[in-house]
Ligand binder design. Sequence first.
Ligand SMILES: NC(=O)c1ccc[n+]([C@@H]2O[C@H](COP(=O)([O-])OP(=O)(O)OC[C@H]3O[C@@H](n4cnc5c(N)ncnc54)[C@H](O)[C@@H]3O)[C@@H](O)[C@H]2O)c1
Length: 391
Amino acid sequence: MIEGRDLGAVGPRLKYGLIGGGAGSFIAAVHRAGIDMTRAADLVAGCFSRDAGKNKAAGRNLGVADDRVYSSCAEMAAKESAREDGVDFVVIATPNDTHYAMSKAFLEQGINVSCDKPLCLEVEEALDLEHTARAKDLLFMVTYVYTGYPLVRHARELVQKGALGDIRVVMAEYAQDWLADRLEDDKEVWRTDPKQAGVSCCVGDIGTHVENMVHFVTGLEIDRVSATLSTFVKGRALDDNALVTVRYKGGAVGNYWPSQVAIGRENGLAFRIYGTEGALEWRQENPNEMRYVKKGHPPMTLTRAGNDLGPAAARWTRMPSGHPEGLFAAWANIYEAFCNTIKNKAQGKPQDELEIFPTAYDGARGVKFVHDCVKSSGLDSVWVDGSAPAL
Ligand SMILES: NC(=O)c1ccc[n+]([C@@H]2O[C@H](COP(=O)([O-])OP(=O)(O)OC[C@H]3O[C@@H](n4cnc5c(N)ncnc54)[C@H](O)[C@@H]3O)[C@@H](O)[C@H]2O)c1
Protein backbone atom coordinates (compact mmCIF):
# COMPACT_ATOMS: atom_id res chain seq x y z
CA MET A 1 0.00 0.00 0.00
CA ILE A 2 1.36 3.43 -0.93
CA GLU A 3 0.72 6.26 1.50
CA GLY A 4 -0.69 9.50 0.15
CA ARG A 5 1.69 12.42 0.27
CA ASP A 6 1.71 16.11 -0.34
CA LEU A 7 4.36 15.89 -3.01
CA GLY A 8 5.10 19.47 -3.92
CA ALA A 9 8.35 20.22 -5.70
CA VAL A 10 11.46 20.91 -3.67
CA GLY A 11 13.57 24.05 -3.46
CA PRO A 12 12.86 27.63 -4.47
CA ARG A 13 10.07 28.26 -6.94
CA LEU A 14 10.87 28.76 -10.60
CA LYS A 15 9.33 31.51 -12.72
CA TYR A 16 7.44 30.75 -15.90
CA GLY A 17 5.69 32.51 -18.75
CA LEU A 18 2.57 31.39 -20.60
CA ILE A 19 1.69 31.66 -24.28
CA GLY A 20 -2.03 31.34 -24.96
CA GLY A 21 -4.62 31.09 -22.23
CA GLY A 22 -6.70 34.14 -23.06
CA ALA A 23 -10.41 34.19 -22.27
CA GLY A 24 -12.26 31.25 -23.77
CA SER A 25 -9.20 29.05 -24.36
CA PHE A 26 -9.00 25.50 -23.08
CA ILE A 27 -5.75 23.83 -22.16
CA ALA A 28 -3.58 26.68 -20.86
CA ALA A 29 -5.65 26.84 -17.67
CA VAL A 30 -5.07 23.13 -17.17
CA HIS A 31 -1.30 23.61 -17.51
CA ARG A 32 -1.55 26.34 -14.87
CA ALA A 33 -3.59 24.15 -12.51
CA GLY A 34 -1.04 21.35 -12.81
CA ILE A 35 1.87 23.68 -12.12
CA ASP A 36 0.01 25.27 -9.19
CA MET A 37 -0.54 21.82 -7.68
CA THR A 38 3.22 21.25 -7.62
CA ARG A 39 3.97 24.70 -6.19
CA ALA A 40 7.11 24.44 -8.33
CA ALA A 41 6.75 27.67 -10.29
CA ASP A 42 4.96 31.00 -10.41
CA LEU A 43 3.43 32.63 -13.48
CA VAL A 44 5.19 35.98 -14.01
CA ALA A 45 4.95 36.75 -17.73
CA GLY A 46 2.89 35.97 -20.78
CA CYS A 47 1.52 36.55 -24.22
CA PHE A 48 -1.99 35.29 -23.69
CA SER A 49 -3.78 36.27 -26.87
CA ARG A 50 -3.25 37.88 -30.28
CA ASP A 51 -6.01 40.32 -29.36
CA ALA A 52 -4.39 43.21 -27.44
CA GLY A 53 -7.39 43.79 -25.19
CA LYS A 54 -7.79 40.13 -24.28
CA ASN A 55 -4.02 39.86 -23.74
CA LYS A 56 -3.96 42.70 -21.23
CA ALA A 57 -7.13 41.50 -19.50
CA ALA A 58 -5.77 37.97 -19.13
CA GLY A 59 -2.53 39.31 -17.64
CA ARG A 60 -4.43 41.31 -15.02
CA ASN A 61 -6.73 38.41 -14.27
CA LEU A 62 -3.74 36.14 -13.71
CA GLY A 63 -1.82 38.64 -11.60
CA VAL A 64 0.93 39.29 -14.14
CA ALA A 65 2.46 42.77 -14.10
CA ASP A 66 1.48 44.88 -17.14
CA ASP A 67 5.12 45.30 -18.20
CA ARG A 68 5.47 41.53 -18.47
CA VAL A 69 2.47 41.07 -20.73
CA TYR A 70 3.95 40.98 -24.23
CA SER A 71 2.47 41.41 -27.67
CA SER A 72 4.59 38.69 -29.29
CA CYS A 73 6.76 35.73 -28.38
CA ALA A 74 9.79 37.30 -30.02
CA GLU A 75 9.45 40.38 -27.78
CA MET A 76 8.82 38.25 -24.71
CA ALA A 77 11.78 35.95 -25.34
CA ALA A 78 14.17 38.88 -25.87
CA LYS A 79 12.97 40.93 -22.89
CA GLU A 80 12.65 38.03 -20.46
CA SER A 81 16.12 36.69 -21.27
CA ALA A 82 17.57 40.16 -20.65
CA ARG A 83 16.07 40.37 -17.13
CA GLU A 84 17.91 39.20 -14.02
CA ASP A 85 14.62 37.73 -12.81
CA GLY A 86 13.49 36.46 -16.23
CA VAL A 87 11.45 33.29 -16.69
CA ASP A 88 13.08 29.87 -16.20
CA PHE A 89 10.71 28.25 -18.68
CA VAL A 90 7.82 29.03 -20.96
CA VAL A 91 4.59 27.10 -21.51
CA ILE A 92 3.24 27.13 -25.09
CA ALA A 93 -0.48 26.30 -25.27
CA THR A 94 -1.55 27.73 -28.63
CA PRO A 95 -2.72 26.04 -31.86
CA ASN A 96 -0.33 23.65 -33.60
CA ASP A 97 0.90 25.93 -36.40
CA THR A 98 2.40 28.37 -33.89
CA HIS A 99 4.45 25.87 -31.86
CA TYR A 100 7.61 25.75 -33.93
CA ALA A 101 8.36 29.47 -34.29
CA MET A 102 7.41 30.17 -30.68
CA SER A 103 9.50 27.33 -29.27
CA LYS A 104 12.45 28.30 -31.42
CA ALA A 105 12.25 31.95 -30.31
CA PHE A 106 12.51 30.96 -26.64
CA LEU A 107 15.23 28.36 -27.17
CA GLU A 108 17.31 30.89 -29.10
CA GLN A 109 17.11 33.21 -26.10
CA GLY A 110 18.22 30.47 -23.69
CA ILE A 111 14.80 29.71 -22.16
CA ASN A 112 13.57 26.16 -21.40
CA VAL A 113 10.31 25.20 -23.16
CA SER A 114 7.21 23.18 -22.36
CA CYS A 115 5.13 22.94 -25.54
CA ASP A 116 1.85 21.21 -26.16
CA LYS A 117 1.36 18.46 -28.75
CA PRO A 118 1.52 17.88 -31.64
CA LEU A 119 4.94 19.46 -31.34
CA CYS A 120 4.74 21.13 -34.75
CA LEU A 121 3.61 20.61 -38.31
CA GLU A 122 6.74 19.14 -39.94
CA VAL A 123 9.23 16.48 -38.82
CA GLU A 124 12.16 18.71 -39.80
CA GLU A 125 10.83 21.44 -37.51
CA ALA A 126 10.47 19.02 -34.61
CA LEU A 127 14.00 17.70 -35.08
CA ASP A 128 15.30 21.24 -35.30
CA LEU A 129 13.77 21.97 -31.89
CA GLU A 130 15.37 18.84 -30.43
CA HIS A 131 18.75 19.81 -31.93
CA THR A 132 18.47 23.43 -30.81
CA ALA A 133 17.55 22.44 -27.25
CA ARG A 134 20.56 20.14 -27.11
CA ALA A 135 22.92 22.71 -28.61
CA LYS A 136 21.75 25.33 -26.11
CA ASP A 137 21.78 22.83 -23.21
CA LEU A 138 18.10 23.50 -22.48
CA LEU A 139 15.23 21.27 -21.40
CA PHE A 140 12.22 20.75 -23.66
CA MET A 141 9.03 19.01 -22.57
CA VAL A 142 6.16 18.06 -24.88
CA THR A 143 3.05 17.72 -22.76
CA TYR A 144 1.88 14.20 -23.50
CA VAL A 145 0.16 14.41 -20.16
CA TYR A 146 -1.36 10.95 -19.99
CA THR A 147 2.09 9.50 -19.29
CA GLY A 148 1.86 11.29 -15.93
CA TYR A 149 -0.71 8.90 -14.43
CA PRO A 150 0.79 6.65 -11.72
CA LEU A 151 -0.75 3.47 -13.15
CA VAL A 152 0.57 4.25 -16.63
CA ARG A 153 4.02 4.51 -15.09
CA HIS A 154 3.40 1.24 -13.28
CA ALA A 155 2.40 -0.39 -16.58
CA ARG A 156 5.72 0.75 -18.03
CA GLU A 157 7.58 -0.65 -15.04
CA LEU A 158 5.80 -4.00 -15.36
CA VAL A 159 6.75 -4.22 -19.05
CA GLN A 160 10.35 -3.27 -18.28
CA LYS A 161 10.52 -5.95 -15.55
CA GLY A 162 9.36 -8.54 -18.09
CA ALA A 163 6.01 -9.22 -16.38
CA LEU A 164 4.28 -9.45 -19.75
CA GLY A 165 7.03 -11.47 -21.43
CA ASP A 166 7.45 -10.65 -25.11
CA ILE A 167 4.73 -8.31 -26.29
CA ARG A 168 2.72 -9.72 -29.16
CA VAL A 169 -0.36 -7.52 -29.64
CA VAL A 170 -1.31 -3.92 -28.76
CA MET A 171 -4.84 -2.57 -29.12
CA ALA A 172 -5.06 1.13 -28.38
CA GLU A 173 -7.69 3.75 -29.01
CA TYR A 174 -8.65 7.34 -28.33
CA ALA A 175 -12.34 7.74 -29.06
CA GLN A 176 -14.29 10.99 -28.78
CA ASP A 177 -17.50 12.23 -30.36
CA TRP A 178 -17.20 16.02 -30.30
CA LEU A 179 -16.69 16.26 -34.09
CA ALA A 180 -19.54 13.89 -34.99
CA ASP A 181 -21.46 16.89 -36.38
CA ARG A 182 -20.35 19.82 -38.48
CA LEU A 183 -19.46 22.38 -35.80
CA GLU A 184 -17.47 24.45 -38.25
CA ASP A 185 -20.57 26.25 -39.53
CA ASP A 186 -21.27 27.81 -36.15
CA LYS A 187 -17.84 28.62 -34.75
CA GLU A 188 -14.12 28.60 -35.56
CA VAL A 189 -12.71 25.09 -35.13
CA TRP A 190 -8.98 25.43 -35.70
CA ARG A 191 -8.43 21.69 -35.33
CA THR A 192 -10.12 21.03 -38.70
CA ASP A 193 -8.32 23.89 -40.46
CA PRO A 194 -5.21 22.58 -42.27
CA LYS A 195 -3.43 25.94 -41.88
CA GLN A 196 -3.59 25.75 -38.10
CA ALA A 197 -3.80 22.02 -37.41
CA GLY A 198 -1.45 20.64 -40.10
CA VAL A 199 -1.99 17.68 -42.41
CA SER A 200 -4.34 15.85 -40.04
CA CYS A 201 -7.01 16.62 -37.48
CA CYS A 202 -7.76 13.31 -35.79
CA VAL A 203 -4.32 11.68 -35.97
CA GLY A 204 -2.55 14.93 -35.11
CA ASP A 205 -4.82 15.85 -32.24
CA ILE A 206 -5.36 12.50 -30.52
CA GLY A 207 -3.60 9.82 -32.59
CA THR A 208 -0.33 11.33 -31.38
CA HIS A 209 -1.39 10.61 -27.78
CA VAL A 210 -1.99 6.96 -28.72
CA GLU A 211 1.37 6.65 -30.45
CA ASN A 212 3.14 8.25 -27.51
CA MET A 213 1.31 6.23 -24.87
CA VAL A 214 2.06 2.88 -26.51
CA HIS A 215 5.71 3.75 -27.00
CA PHE A 216 6.00 5.04 -23.42
CA VAL A 217 4.50 1.91 -21.86
CA THR A 218 5.93 -0.78 -24.14
CA GLY A 219 9.11 0.74 -25.56
CA LEU A 220 8.09 -0.84 -28.88
CA GLU A 221 9.53 0.78 -31.99
CA ILE A 222 7.22 1.09 -34.99
CA ASP A 223 8.56 -0.45 -38.19
CA ARG A 224 5.69 0.02 -40.66
CA VAL A 225 2.18 1.51 -40.64
CA SER A 226 -0.89 1.08 -42.80
CA ALA A 227 -3.56 3.72 -42.20
CA THR A 228 -7.07 4.57 -43.36
CA LEU A 229 -8.02 8.14 -42.57
CA SER A 230 -11.66 9.10 -43.07
CA THR A 231 -13.55 12.36 -43.14
CA PHE A 232 -17.08 11.36 -42.26
CA VAL A 233 -18.52 14.84 -41.85
CA LYS A 234 -19.21 16.43 -45.23
CA GLY A 235 -17.28 19.57 -46.08
CA ARG A 236 -14.64 19.02 -43.39
CA ALA A 237 -11.12 19.63 -44.65
CA LEU A 238 -9.31 17.04 -42.51
CA ASP A 239 -9.80 13.52 -41.12
CA ASP A 240 -12.09 12.82 -38.19
CA ASN A 241 -11.40 9.08 -37.81
CA ALA A 242 -8.41 6.81 -38.42
CA LEU A 243 -7.72 3.10 -38.39
CA VAL A 244 -4.02 2.40 -38.16
CA THR A 245 -2.38 -1.02 -38.27
CA VAL A 246 1.14 -1.10 -36.93
CA ARG A 247 3.98 -3.59 -37.27
CA TYR A 248 6.69 -3.11 -34.69
CA LYS A 249 10.35 -3.99 -34.99
CA GLY A 250 10.72 -7.47 -33.45
CA GLY A 251 7.43 -8.89 -34.73
CA ALA A 252 4.68 -7.50 -32.48
CA VAL A 253 1.60 -5.97 -34.12
CA GLY A 254 -0.89 -3.30 -33.08
CA ASN A 255 -4.06 -1.47 -33.95
CA TYR A 256 -4.64 2.21 -33.12
CA TRP A 257 -8.07 3.81 -33.42
CA PRO A 258 -8.27 7.56 -32.89
CA SER A 259 -11.76 8.86 -33.59
CA GLN A 260 -13.65 12.11 -33.09
CA VAL A 261 -16.95 10.78 -34.41
CA ALA A 262 -17.51 7.84 -32.02
CA ILE A 263 -20.94 8.67 -30.61
CA GLY A 264 -21.04 8.26 -26.86
CA ARG A 265 -17.28 8.29 -26.34
CA GLU A 266 -15.98 11.29 -24.44
CA ASN A 267 -12.24 11.09 -23.85
CA GLY A 268 -11.69 7.38 -24.33
CA LEU A 269 -7.94 6.88 -24.42
CA ALA A 270 -7.30 3.23 -23.63
CA PHE A 271 -4.82 0.43 -24.22
CA ARG A 272 -4.74 -3.36 -24.04
CA ILE A 273 -1.34 -5.02 -24.26
CA TYR A 274 -0.88 -8.78 -24.64
CA GLY A 275 2.44 -10.56 -24.13
CA THR A 276 3.62 -14.14 -23.83
CA GLU A 277 3.32 -14.05 -20.01
CA GLY A 278 0.53 -11.61 -19.25
CA ALA A 279 -1.72 -8.75 -20.28
CA LEU A 280 -2.58 -5.20 -19.18
CA GLU A 281 -5.62 -3.03 -19.78
CA TRP A 282 -6.05 0.63 -18.75
CA ARG A 283 -8.59 3.32 -19.56
CA GLN A 284 -7.98 7.03 -19.08
CA GLU A 285 -11.57 7.67 -17.99
CA ASN A 286 -10.99 5.40 -14.97
CA PRO A 287 -7.28 6.02 -14.41
CA ASN A 288 -7.09 4.72 -10.85
CA GLU A 289 -7.56 1.09 -11.90
CA MET A 290 -5.71 -1.24 -14.24
CA ARG A 291 -6.49 -4.81 -15.20
CA TYR A 292 -3.50 -7.14 -15.03
CA VAL A 293 -3.51 -10.81 -15.94
CA LYS A 294 -0.63 -13.15 -15.24
CA LYS A 295 -0.79 -16.09 -17.60
CA GLY A 296 -2.67 -18.98 -15.95
CA HIS A 297 -4.12 -16.82 -13.15
CA PRO A 298 -7.42 -15.01 -12.71
CA PRO A 299 -7.47 -11.30 -13.62
CA MET A 300 -6.36 -8.77 -11.01
CA THR A 301 -7.50 -5.19 -10.64
CA LEU A 302 -4.53 -3.06 -9.63
CA THR A 303 -5.42 0.22 -7.98
CA ARG A 304 -3.42 3.43 -7.84
CA ALA A 305 -1.73 3.47 -4.43
CA GLY A 306 -3.01 -0.05 -3.78
CA ASN A 307 -1.03 -3.24 -3.12
CA ASP A 308 1.83 -4.56 -5.24
CA LEU A 309 2.87 -1.32 -6.93
CA GLY A 310 6.49 -0.39 -7.49
CA PRO A 311 8.51 2.83 -7.24
CA ALA A 312 7.35 4.28 -10.57
CA ALA A 313 3.76 4.54 -9.32
CA ALA A 314 4.72 5.33 -5.72
CA ARG A 315 6.74 8.36 -6.78
CA TRP A 316 3.73 9.99 -8.42
CA THR A 317 0.91 9.15 -6.03
CA ARG A 318 -0.50 12.07 -4.07
CA MET A 319 -3.66 10.71 -2.44
CA PRO A 320 -4.09 7.55 -0.36
CA SER A 321 -5.73 4.60 -2.11
CA GLY A 322 -9.45 4.88 -2.69
CA HIS A 323 -9.36 8.65 -3.11
CA PRO A 324 -9.66 9.21 -6.86
CA GLU A 325 -6.86 11.12 -8.54
CA GLY A 326 -7.32 12.49 -12.02
CA LEU A 327 -6.07 14.55 -14.90
CA PHE A 328 -4.90 17.59 -12.90
CA ALA A 329 -2.59 15.33 -10.88
CA ALA A 330 -1.21 13.84 -14.10
CA TRP A 331 -0.41 17.38 -15.30
CA ALA A 332 1.20 18.12 -11.94
CA ASN A 333 3.33 15.00 -12.25
CA ILE A 334 4.88 15.82 -15.60
CA TYR A 335 5.43 19.44 -14.51
CA GLU A 336 7.00 18.41 -11.23
CA ALA A 337 9.44 16.14 -13.07
CA PHE A 338 10.23 18.93 -15.53
CA CYS A 339 10.72 21.61 -12.83
CA ASN A 340 12.79 19.36 -10.57
CA THR A 341 15.00 18.49 -13.52
CA ILE A 342 15.51 22.18 -14.30
CA LYS A 343 16.48 22.81 -10.67
CA ASN A 344 18.75 19.78 -10.43
CA LYS A 345 20.48 20.75 -13.64
CA ALA A 346 21.16 24.25 -12.33
CA GLN A 347 22.90 22.61 -9.36
CA GLY A 348 24.85 20.23 -11.57
CA LYS A 349 22.82 17.21 -10.40
CA PRO A 350 21.68 14.52 -12.88
CA GLN A 351 18.02 13.90 -13.72
CA ASP A 352 16.34 11.61 -11.16
CA GLU A 353 15.52 8.32 -12.93
CA LEU A 354 11.87 8.45 -11.81
CA GLU A 355 11.45 12.10 -12.78
CA ILE A 356 10.88 11.55 -16.46
CA PHE A 357 8.85 13.68 -18.85
CA PRO A 358 8.15 13.57 -22.60
CA THR A 359 10.81 15.30 -24.68
CA ALA A 360 11.07 17.13 -27.99
CA TYR A 361 12.24 13.87 -29.54
CA ASP A 362 9.02 12.21 -28.35
CA GLY A 363 7.25 15.11 -30.04
CA ALA A 364 9.18 14.46 -33.26
CA ARG A 365 8.12 10.81 -33.17
CA GLY A 366 4.52 11.98 -33.00
CA VAL A 367 4.87 14.38 -35.93
CA LYS A 368 6.46 11.65 -38.05
CA PHE A 369 3.64 9.25 -37.08
CA VAL A 370 1.09 11.79 -38.34
CA HIS A 371 2.85 12.15 -41.68
CA ASP A 372 3.31 8.38 -42.05
CA CYS A 373 -0.42 7.82 -41.50
CA VAL A 374 -1.40 10.53 -43.97
CA LYS A 375 1.04 9.15 -46.54
CA SER A 376 -0.20 5.58 -46.18
CA SER A 377 -3.84 6.59 -46.33
CA GLY A 378 -3.25 8.69 -49.44
CA LEU A 379 -1.75 5.62 -51.15
CA ASP A 380 -4.81 3.44 -50.46
CA SER A 381 -3.49 2.30 -47.08
CA VAL A 382 -0.26 0.71 -48.33
CA TRP A 383 2.41 -0.13 -45.77
CA VAL A 384 4.87 2.72 -45.34
CA ASP A 385 7.98 3.15 -43.26
CA GLY A 386 6.87 4.08 -39.73
CA SER A 387 10.21 4.17 -37.98
CA ALA A 388 11.17 6.96 -35.60
CA PRO A 389 12.89 9.97 -37.20
CA ALA A 390 16.67 9.88 -37.34
CA LEU A 391 18.24 12.45 -35.03
N1 LIG B 1 -1.83 17.70 -23.92
C1 LIG B 1 -3.12 17.64 -24.04
O1 LIG B 1 -3.75 16.71 -23.50
C2 LIG B 1 -3.87 18.69 -24.81
C3 LIG B 1 -5.23 18.90 -24.62
C4 LIG B 1 -5.85 19.93 -25.33
C5 LIG B 1 -5.14 20.70 -26.24
N2 LIG B 1 -3.82 20.43 -26.45
C6 LIG B 1 -3.03 21.23 -27.40
O2 LIG B 1 -2.89 22.53 -26.86
C7 LIG B 1 -2.87 23.50 -27.90
C8 LIG B 1 -3.98 24.53 -27.65
O3 LIG B 1 -5.23 23.87 -27.67
P1 LIG B 1 -6.53 24.50 -26.99
O4 LIG B 1 -7.60 23.48 -27.08
O5 LIG B 1 -6.21 25.08 -25.66
O6 LIG B 1 -6.83 25.70 -28.03
P2 LIG B 1 -7.74 26.98 -27.76
O7 LIG B 1 -8.18 27.43 -29.11
O8 LIG B 1 -8.77 26.70 -26.72
O9 LIG B 1 -6.72 28.05 -27.13
C9 LIG B 1 -5.65 28.57 -27.88
C10 LIG B 1 -5.27 29.92 -27.31
O10 LIG B 1 -4.09 30.36 -27.97
C11 LIG B 1 -4.25 31.76 -28.26
N3 LIG B 1 -3.34 32.10 -29.34
C12 LIG B 1 -3.39 31.71 -30.63
N4 LIG B 1 -2.36 32.24 -31.31
C13 LIG B 1 -1.67 33.00 -30.45
C14 LIG B 1 -0.51 33.81 -30.54
N5 LIG B 1 0.12 33.96 -31.71
N6 LIG B 1 -0.06 34.43 -29.42
C15 LIG B 1 -0.71 34.29 -28.26
N7 LIG B 1 -1.82 33.54 -28.09
C16 LIG B 1 -2.28 32.91 -29.18
C17 LIG B 1 -5.71 31.90 -28.60
O11 LIG B 1 -6.12 33.25 -28.47
C18 LIG B 1 -6.31 31.01 -27.50
O12 LIG B 1 -6.39 31.75 -26.29
C19 LIG B 1 -3.03 22.71 -29.20
O13 LIG B 1 -1.78 22.47 -29.79
C20 LIG B 1 -3.65 21.38 -28.76
O14 LIG B 1 -3.33 20.31 -29.60
C21 LIG B 1 -3.19 19.45 -25.76
